[in-house]
Design a protein around this ligand. Sequence first.
Ligand code: HPA
Length: 287
Amino acid sequence: MTLANDIDAAAAFVLARQRQRPSVGIILGSGLGSLAESVEGPVHIPYREIPGFAPTTVEGHKGEMVFGQMEGKTVAVLQGRLHAYEGYSPQQITFPVRVLKAIGCGVLMVTNAAGGLNPAYLAGDLMLISDHLNLPGMIGHNPLYGPNDPLLGPRFPDMSQAYDPGLRDLARQVAAELGFSLREGVYVMLGGPSYETPAEVHFLRVIGADAVGMSTASEVVVARHSAMRVLGVSMISNVIPLPTPGAAAGAGQHGIEGPLGHEEVLANAAKAAPRFVSLLRGVLRRL
Ligand code: HPA
């Protein structure tokens, strides 16, 4: 079976299960699953039923595709994403993106919970992703490794405008109308699952990252390979103060009491969820 065959099989399966033909795909990050609850006329398809989809194993990631209407658009929401640290290959993680494209999505909205590296950021901020640093990809964990199928996309896809300037304009307009500030910055993807040491935090800041997480860049590589237009939004779930030289990592390093944990990430994501949902809805309305 080739990749194209696998994509066709999964696409045929989800299109047979429900009648809607989505134009926008949305990937929901840690703790941001509540957006799926505002989908109208939802049809839920668990990942475990879809051929070729790996199951989600992380708390806060439900593992369902949700089809329905939002702001007059037909959407396909991936409620729960797959990560490299779960033991999945870059190709497995991005297979759902291939399927979104195959069933008609020309736009991908990709979201995540991320740690804020930019000293101006506060927990709960929303950051428009202007660009990314794909660290796993740069050392060989790129989902496009292996034979290229020219029917899926070019061997050497351009990434100079990976995050669509027009969609970013729309997001800025929506945030301005809703009256909240929207950060804009560079997202760096790491493999995880361990959080960063102070030396790694320092390194990430030096190389130009504003926010750090364990997802997204691989999905965006495949989305661009597939000629999808991408909007990326990070929810800053915790802030990571830059280490002072010589200081050890300690309690409060992430702007929270005690060491950073996934529970804090989920709790802060839940607090920012209403703004996050209104931002995405506003962009959908204007598409
Ligand atoms: N580091 C890496 N990934 C994350 C973080 C973080 O601080 N917060 C949410 N995802």
